[in-house]
Each structure stands twice: as structure tokens, then as C-alpha cells.
Design a protein around this ligand. Structure first.
Ligand code: TLP
Length: 348
């Protein structure tokens, strides 16, 4: 029987055999008491790799971003964030609902950056009528902008701007290692410009659960209180952290393969009549493309048709903007199978 090719997200990856082995063997303790040796090890490895003083294991990217925002901002304070940011779009308004934090949204440039002049103009707080700006939140790679990589020079400029106005910078680095691999740079080249970063173990890195927040000792100590407050203090979490250590040690370099598969897929799609795709934006493992108006097949029919070929994709609905994501479970052969299935599905 043919295997399912699942392009809906890189979150669908399962733990590798090496992860399952490490999970089985993990030494554990009570992590709320700080006594889980495997969680402690993951946090040390993560902090070292990201180039920050300390790290905190959390349940998800959403929790990592929420805790980071709560730690940076008090009630009635404001974060500047992109209108395409995951924090704004897909985190259920958590920082506003639970932290009383206002969000000032700026339209993202198509490449995922926020215009520097718009950031500067959005900074507020000298007047009593205004929420006080505390934080700029960036995303790298930028999911909704196509898995795009923020240029290092841009990050430097944001850092300088933040320093001029005494602001902090948080990075939603759910896929930060994809960004580093695409740049051919050490991840610290990116993180040097931000105060805090959340990255995910359970996307391209294939661990089953978990994200890590990295920052200064003081920041992480405060973040730890918020994690407890949110019910995210886990006990023998070493069984999960063990997979995260394998993810950091074994799964980063191979992301280049996901990027080249995404490129092959994108180029194949670009050759198809009815598909509009900007190849310059395909920089990592995420591909977005639109259907042209002459394609008369509905998107849900396309999804059903490709499923008959054992290819799973998300239905974009009325936007007709599809997203495909490559990951450790997609190889070159799967890319070619997907292209055949998609091309057939477009026929009216
Ligand atoms: N993104 C998911 C969906 O929520 C859209 C996906 O399939 O891409 N930051 C970024 C940039 C993300 O893409 C995601 C997940 C998160 C944060 C949240 O991570 P989790 O799902 O672990 O809460």
C-alpha cells in the first residue's frame, strides 16, 4: 500500500527511532522542582546552541510566545507585531486575553520584515492616553509570508532601533533552524539581535512535543513563574525532553534536504498551467501559491482528488492560496508523486 504524503505542515512528523530510544532510556525527575536531569540537559544544550544564558522547556510554540510576551510586558503595555504574524493570527489572542497586553499590528512586507519607519512611528507611551510600547515581536522564518528568512542586516537595524527606544525584541523562531540553514550561518548570527527567542522542537526537527524559550537568566527565571501560572509546569518531562535533545543533535543539518525538496516542488508547480507562484519567496520548507482565475475546479475538489493519490493537503478555501510544507517524511519521490497528483487534480 502506498504511504500517505502529508504536506499539511511539518508538525505532522513523528519521533524518529533514535528519539523513541532516547525517550525510553531517559532519566527523569520532578521538573517543577528542577530535578529532571534530561530537561535540565535539554535546556543547557538549547541555551548553548542559541547563544543565550538560559532556556526553558515549554509545551508548545504558542505557550513559548505567550510566556515571552507576559514576561516582557505588563498589563496595559504594548507589543508591536506584524499583521501576518503567528502571534497575532493563530494564538487565540492569548497575550491580550491573559496578559492584558495590547498589540499594535503593522502590515508585514511580503518578505516577512516589518518596515522600520512603521515600527518607529508605532512606538508610543510618552502620553498618558497611550499604551506604553515595550516590545517588538518578529518571526523567522516567517510562516504566512512563505517561510521567508529575515536578512541579518535587517535584524541588526531592528536591534538598533529597539535600543534607541529602550525596547526589547522577541523572536518567534518556531523555525529558526530552517532560517539558519538557509542562511548557511550559525543560529547565533540571528539570535544575537534579540532578547528572547522561542523555537519549536516539534516541527521540522521532528520531536513529538515541545518548544524552548531562550533568554537571560533573569528573563527565564520570570518565564518559569509564568509557565507554572499557565499550568505548564510538567513533572517527569524528561521523556519528552530526551526527544528534543536528539532533535537538536541530529535533525538540524538535514533541514537542507527539506529546503531542496520544497524548491523542486515549487519549480514543478511553477511549470503547471493555472498555478501562480513566486519562486523567490520559496526560501525554506514552506511553499505558498495561488490558483489562477481560469482554474474552475473548487479547492475542496482538488483536496479530495489529491487524497485519492494518497497526498494530504490543506484546503485554503476562498483565498485559493495553498500552503505545502516539506519535512523529514517527504523525499524527492514524494515530491514527484505530489506534482503528478496535483496536476491531474487541476483538470476540469
Ligand atoms: N504553526 C502551525 C499552525 O498553527 C499554523 C503550522 O502548521 O505552521 N509560531 C509559528 C511561526 C508557527 O508556525 C507555529 C505553528 C507556532 C508559532 C505555534 O506552535 P505550536 O503549534 O507548537 O503552538
Amino acid at each position: 500500500m502506498q504511504r500517505i504524503i502529508d504536506l499539511r505542515s511539518d508538525t505532522v512528523t513523528h519521533p524518529t527511532p533514535a528519539m523513541r530510544e532516547a525517550m525510553y532510556r531517559a532519566e527523569v525527575g520532578d521538573d517543577v522542582m528542577g530535578e529532571d536531569p534530561t530537561v535540565n540537559r535539554l535546556q543547557e544544550v538549547a541555551a548553548e546552541r542559541i547563544g543565550k544564558e538560559a532556556a526553558l522547556f515549554v509545551t508548545s510554540g504558542t505557550m513559548g510566545n505567550l510566556i515571552s510576551l507576559l514576561t516582557h510586558c505588563q498589563r496595559g503595555e504594548e507589543v508591536i507585531v506584524g499583521d501576518q504574524a503567528h502571534i497575532f493570527r493563530y494564538e487565540a489572542g492569548g497575550s491580550s486575553a491573559l496578559g492584558g497586553i495590547a498589540q499594535f499590528q503593522i502590515p508585514n512586507n511580503p518578505d516577512g520584515t516589518l518596515p522600520l519607519d512603521r515600527i518607529e512611528a508605532a512606538i508610543r507611551g510618552s502620553d498618558q492616553h497611550e499604551a506604553r510600547t515595550r516590545l517588538i515581536a518578529l518571526e523567522n522564518t516567517h510562516n504566512r509570508c512563505g517561510g521567508t528568512v529575515l536578512p541579518l542586516e535587517y535584524l541588526k537595524q531592528v536591534r538598533e532601533l529597539a535600543d534607541r527606544h529602550d525596547l526589547k525584541v522577541h523572536l518567534d523562531g518556531a523555525r529558526i533552524f530552517n532560517a539558519a540553514v538557509a542562511l548557511g550561518a550559525d543560529v547565533k548570527a540571528i539570535t544575537q539581535y534579540v532578547d528572547s527567542v522561542t523555537f519549536c522542537l516539534s516541527k521540522g526537527l521532528s520531536a513529538p512535543i515541545g518548544s524552548v524559550i531562550c533568554g537571560s537568566q533573569d528573563f527565564i527565571a520570570q518565564a518559569r513563574r509564568y509557565r507554572k501560572m499557565l499550568g505548564g509546569g510538567m513533572r517527569q518531562a524528561g521523556v519528552l525532553a530526551a526527544a528534543g535533545i536528539v532533535a537538536l543533535e541530529k535533525m538540524i543539518d538535514r533541514l537542507a534536504e527539506d529546503h531542496s525538496n520544497a524548491r523542486r516542488l515549487a519549480e514543478g508547480l511553477a511549470d503547471m498551467p493555472g498555478v501562480a507562484i513566486d519562486l523567490d519567496r520559496v526560501q525554506t520548507n514552506i511553499i505558498y501559491f495561488n490558483l489562477m482565475s481560469d482554474v474552475t475546479v473548487s479547492t475542496d475538489a482538488i483536496v479530495q482528488r489529491v487524497l485519492e493519490h494518497k497526498v494530504k493537503i490543506l484546503d485554503p478555501g476562498p483565498t485559493r492560496r495553498f500552503r505545502f510544507v516539506t519535512h523529514a517524511w517527504i523525499d524527492r519521490n514524494d515530491v514527484d508523486r505530489t506534482l503528478l497528483a496535483f496536476k491531474a487534480a487541476l483538470q476540469s
